[in-house]
Design a protein around this ligand. Structure first.
Ligand SMILES: NC(=O)CCC(=O)C(=O)O
Length: 283
């Protein structure tokens, strides 16, 4: 890691078109990571489930061991060539006991796998007539929260449904993170209702940046992703967003904005821990 102090950096979210062909997904992901890097991105994000269609019936077939699998190899090479931090969306992971997880792997600029986050809150919902999805049919939940260091500051990771749980982002912010990144794949029911609202809420509550990265929408697949990968600033304002097709969005992450927002509206120093607990002290 560099000892230089940076005041800003460019972040890219790759709204990748995900197909049923894993090798094609990996080739496409790598080529888009290199494109984002050529355009100056220093932190590059892929979507949830970027190497496989999203669905409980696919997870076992596409699952890989981490770090032995081909997805880790590809992302590691891509990060090294791009000389960028890569937040590798997520892939179905199989551990040595055969359990499956929805897992995000993160790489430094030399291609080292520095951290992995297993989705903590599984997406189990039932909205009658609209959408029923039970990740827990095949997946197990992760059991830890995840932050990683970059040249620009510490960043927290959650995966999709994790964004609905404000405690995770709050803990990351109080532990000094400059941003929370959520690879995610909302759908055509909850996407228009909550996708933007949730990320703006997480950003505003914590006065830091929030980035979300979705797969592109494919109306022929069994799960239709909402798309709309987005970056929100510490004031809760959207600074970059996509529609639903394959795209790369870029945002300048100006670290001064965090300081300024917190100086102007100093909620973080006005908390009343005599009236409610500081949940960041929990773990
Ligand atoms: N992949 C997911 O976790 C989807 C979450 C989602 O759509 C939601 O509404 O929450």
């Amino acid at each position: 890691m560099s000892s230089t102090t940076y005041s800003s950096f460019k972040l890219a979210c790759i709204q990748l078109k995900v197909t049923s062909d894993k090798s094609a997904n990996l080739i496409n992901a790598k080529s888009k990571i290199l494109e984002a890097s050529r355009n100056g991105a220093k932190v590059i994000v892929l979507p949830e489930c970027f190497n496989s269609p999203y669905g409980t019936k696919y997870f076992s077939e596409y699952a890989e061991n981490i770090p032995q699998g081909e997805s880790v190899k590809t992302l590691s090479e891509a990060a090294k060539e791009a000389k960028a931090f890569v937040v590798g969306g997520s892939i179905p992971e199989r551990d040595s006991s055969g359990k499956l997880y929805n897992t995000c792997t993160v790489y430094d600029t030399e291609g080292n796998l520095i951290v992995k986050h297993r989705k903590v809150h599984l997406f189990d919902i039932d909205i009658p007539g609209m959408i029923k999805f039970q990740e827990s049919e095949t997946l197990s939940p992760g059991s830890s929260l995840t932050q990683f260091e970059t040249d620009y500051g510490k960043i927290g990771i959650g995966i999709c449904y994790d964004m609905r749980f404000p405690e995770m982002a709050m803990i990351a912010a109080r532990k000094g993170c400059i941003a929370m990144i959520y690879p995610g794949a909302f759908n055509l029911t909850t996407g228009p209702l909550h996708w933007e609202l949730l990320q703006r809420a997480r950003a505003l509550d914590n006065q830091f940046f929030v980035a979300t990265c979705s797969p592109a929408r494919d109306m022929k697949s069994t799960y239709n992703a909402w798309g709309h990968s987005t970056v929100t600033d510490p004031n809760g304002q959207i600074v970059a967003t996509a529609e639903h097709d394959e795209a790369i969005i870029y945002a300048d992450i100006d670290l001064e904005k965090i300081k300024q927002t917190r100086q102007m509206i100093p909620v973080s120093s006005q908390r009343r821990f005599d009236l409610y607990p500081d949940i960041s002290a929990h773990k």
